[in-house]
Design a protein around this ligand. Structure first.
Ligand SMILES: [Zn+2]
Length: 309
């Protein structure tokens, strides 16, 4: 009764074994064979075999988080920055290689699943979880299951436009996004976007981490940059509240370490949401960097394990 989660990253592939309660039994990390699809499949098969052996043998369920989406229309991977996966029937090929059904989800959806299962969203029916890191991904979990949607883009909040834009502050049309559009939330609320915004306003070249550290030490221009981040996140999350009204908002990724977000975001959301009050808690992901790999394992619920393997 064990579950394996695999987090297929651009440089590292990590695997974890969880028991039925979600406790970690073992964990391994290997280099991702970049640009080589067949080797990527082989690496995962070997990782699964090694993890099963480390857990005392026995057959595990396997869930995989990828930086992309398996298209429901074609069965092929799309929107992946690990480009060697694009256009491949990754879940079918891996399922064949492992001789069992495999569940594959976007890595932001894995964060949402993990936090809903036994993290910052435990006990909440509807969880909205966003990764504010090098980009901005997000996922929605309802009653423990990913809401991936008809087109498998459910939760792709990072490529909605920043709402209520202020043209005088460079928000309209906004910076160009890699997706081909302008002014996507990702171009305002990711780590690199915060660094670009800070430079545009102050002329100073600092990383997001440096800006956060200086703001926490009392530096006024850095604090102002974080205030702009809170205002923009508040506008973006007000749109989520108006449509989905989740029970909790969970933040992961590097910017989730900014302590002031958790007090300042609820009032920032309230300024824009269509509600006289906002009771939605905003919480930091409880499992940190492990959320992706844990969530991949949680793609199989404990009660599903018996019939799946
Ligand atoms: Zn975009």
């Amino acid at each position: 009764m064990i579950r394996i989660g695999i987090d297929l990253g651009g440089t590292k592939t990590e695997g974890i074994v969880l028991d039925r309660h979600g406790n970690q039994i073992s964990r391994r990390r290997v280099a991702t064979p970049r640009e080589d699809y067949a080797a990527t499949l082989r690496t995962i098969v070997e990782l699964v075999a090694g993890l099963e052996a480390s857990a005392g043998g026995g057959r595990a369920t396997v869930g995989v988080g990828i930086p992309g989406i398996v298209s429901p229309a074609t069965g092929l991977v799309k929107n992946a920055n690990s480009t060697w996966l694009i256009g491949r029937p990754f879940d079918r090929d891996l399922s064949d290689a492992l001789g069992r059904p495999v569940r594959v989800e976007n890595d932001a959806n894995c964060l949402a699943v993990s936090e809903a299962a036994d993290g910052a969203g435990a006990g909440c029916g509807v969880v909205f979880a966003a990764i504010l890191g090098t980009g901005c991904g997000a996922g929605i979990v309802v009653n423990g299951r990913v809401l991936s949607g008809r087109n498998a883009v459910g939760g792709e909040w990072g490529h909605n436009p920043l709402p209520w834009p202020r043209p005088a502050e460079g928000e309209l049309p906004g910076p160009a996004c890699y997706c081909g559009k302008h002014g996507c939330l990702e171009t305002f609320v990711s780590g690199p976007a915060v660094a670009v915004d800070h430079k545009a306003v102050t002329g100073e070249t600092l990383s997001a981490e440096e800006i956060v550290a200086r703001a926490e030490a009392g530096d006024a221009p850095c604090r102002a940059t974080l205030d702009r981040l809170v205002d923009r996140l508040g506008r973006g999350l007000a749109g989520i509240v108006n449509v989905l009204d989740p029970d909790v908002i969970v933040l992961g990724g590097g910017l989730s370490n900014v302590a002031m977000l958790y007090d300042t975001l609820p009032p920032a959301i309230k300024r824009w949401a269509f509600s006289d009050r906002i009771d939605t808690p905003v919480r930091r992901a409880a499992h940190g960097d492990s959320s992706g790999v844990r969530g991949a394992a949680w793609l199989w619920r404990p009660e599903e394990v018996a019939q799946s393997i």
